[in-house]
Write a protein that binds this ligand. Structure first.
Ligand SMILES: [Zn+2]
Length: 284
């Protein structure tokens, strides 16, 4: 499942083809993904003013006071087919010879610069058209915690969010009211980097541990962004390339393999139905 680095990698790849661009042609080929999809006519002709990210949502601010919310779900991905030879007019676009559509290409957004295809075999993704003024009170967005890479996400902020929580720190980090965008991979990796056992009760972390954990979360996410995210099963860049952070995993998906730091076999257990990986020596 794409996590923050994969979503941000996708946003960065889409932005040059969308920001400031008019959606000259829009095709929506399914009535519903996880929720009903908007009608193509409501999006066609609009200009994308800004493409930004909140948690794992990509948000396109449109020029009609609506925002298009995009979520990659479990298996969603974009492919970008740039038009060659500069900007194209809508009449030229209808003749433009991009490759045939693939199965599960559910939405096609065409600007003067490129054709962007959203493909989602498992259909857990989302395309929603939301009034921009109502964005911050939308059920998907209103209770989100801080962005992990924002300067405002500090050890003190994390400690306050964890206060009184008796659940294990690993699943608690994946709760997006505590911090957004930290999923299974990056929760395990950040806890390893901070030397914190994933089973410890979240509310028992000291201020020092919270500060170390916040620094580790930022470092791990930034490293993942720098390497284009992690490609396990489905994730690909809009350019078709894979991410490479999976080559940097210290604990995730390494059960039984030696810890790179101390040589002890990495352990695996299940927290809240998700696999957790840790080193019993480095994360006492
Ligand atoms: Zn170790």
């Amino acid at each position: 499942m794409p996590e923050l680095p994969e979503v941000e990698t996708t946003r960065l790849a889409l932005a040059p083809h969308l920001e400031g661009q008019r959606l000259a042609m829009v095709q929506i080929r399914v009535p519903k993904l996880r929720q009903p999809t908007p009608a193509a006519e409501l999006l066609q002709g609009r200009t994308v003013l800004r493409l930004f990210r909140r948690a794992k949502y990509i948000l396109a601010t449109l020029d009609d006071d609506y925002t298009l919310l995009i979520h990659l779900g479990m298996s969603g991905r974009f492919s970008v087919f740039p038009h060659t030879g500069g900007a194209h007019t809508p009449t030229q676009l209808t003749k433009y010879p991009h490759p045939p559509l693939a199965k599960h290409d559910h939405a096609i957004l065409t600007t003067g610069l490129a054709e962007l295809r959203f493909n989602d075999p498992r259909r857990f993704g989302l395309l929603l058209r939301i009034p921009t003024h109502a964005l911050h009170t939308h059920p998907l967005l209103q209770n989100l915690g801080p962005e992990p890479l924002d300067a405002g996400f500090t050890g003190a902020v994390l400690q306050a969010a964890l206060r009184g929580k008796t659940t294990a720190i690993k699943p608690t980090l994946m709760n997006n009211t505590v911090v957004v965008g930290v999923g299974n991979i990056y929760a395990s990796e950040s806890l390893f980097a901070a030397g914190i056992n994933p089973s410890v009760a979240a509310g028992e972390l000291s201020k020092t541990q919270c500060t170390r954990l916040v620094a580790s979360i930022k470092k791990v996410l930034q490293q993942a962004l720098a390497t284009g995210g992690s490609t396990l099963r489905d994730f690909r860049h809009p350019t078709g390339e894979a991410g490479h952070f999976q080559d940097e995993f210290r604990v995730y998906d390494r059960a039984g393999e030696p810890c790179h730091t101390c040589g002890t076999a990495i352990l695996q257990a299940t927290h809240a139905q998700r696999s957790t990986y840790w080193c019993p020596v480095c994360q006492k």
